[in-house]
Design a protein around this ligand. Structure first.
Ligand code: NI
Length: 177
């Protein structure tokens, strides 16, 4: 359908709480998912949330890529997740580097729960219920934060662990997510 403009940090629309999707398998929802996928692929993202293209709905997509930043991570399956509910399965949090298409060129260290159950629906209304860990769990937490108006820099504990990707990781090609 279309690669959409990704709005960037500073735009108040990234700070809003998004609305639940009420009807599944509609032309509007399919068009939104296609636009999210086109935009994520065009920008080499690991995931993207609807608010990042200025759509105030609880829809995220992620996965379907091999991450050069996490060469040992299992491949995260391409997933469309609507109206997600997250339940950490452990108190344990782990620090890891993150980026975001709405914060281009930057990276920061963010603590995330290591093990996570997430539930929701795909765009057809089919239920999703998974328990995951590691990078998969991190991506889901990052993307779903967007639905509550939270950007990863808000979760950085020590702002010394925040900077420009090309300075932090010279010579590496890194995607945003
Ligand atoms: Ni993001």
């Amino acid at each position: 359908m279309a690669v959409r403009e990704v709005i960037r940090m500073g735009d108040p629309r990234l700070l809003h709480k998004s609305q639940p999707v009420e009807r599944f398998d509609t032309p509007e929802l399919h068009a939104l998912v296609q636009d999210l996928e086109d935009t994520m692929r065009a920008m080499n993202g690991a995931g993207i949330a609807a608010p990042q293209i200025a759509v105030n709905q609880r829809v995220v997509i992620f996965g379907g890529f091999k991450s050069p930043r996490y060469p040992d991570a299992d491949e995260v399956p391409y997933t469309v997740l609507v109206n997600p509910v997250l339940e950490p399965q452990s108190e344990t949090m782990e620090d890891g580097w993150e980026g975001c298409l709405s914060v281009p060129g930057m990276r920061g260290v963010v603590p995330r729960y290591t093990r996570l159950r997430y539930r929701g629906f795909d765009q057809y209304g089919k239920p999703i219920d998974r328990t995951v860990d590691g990078f998969h769990a991190r991506v889901v937490q990052h993307e779903c934060d967007h639905l509550d108006g939270i950007l990863y820099p808000m979760r950085i504990r020590d702002l010394r662990d925040f900077g420009f990707a090309d300075v932090l990781f010279p010579g590496q090609q890194l995607e945003d997510d």
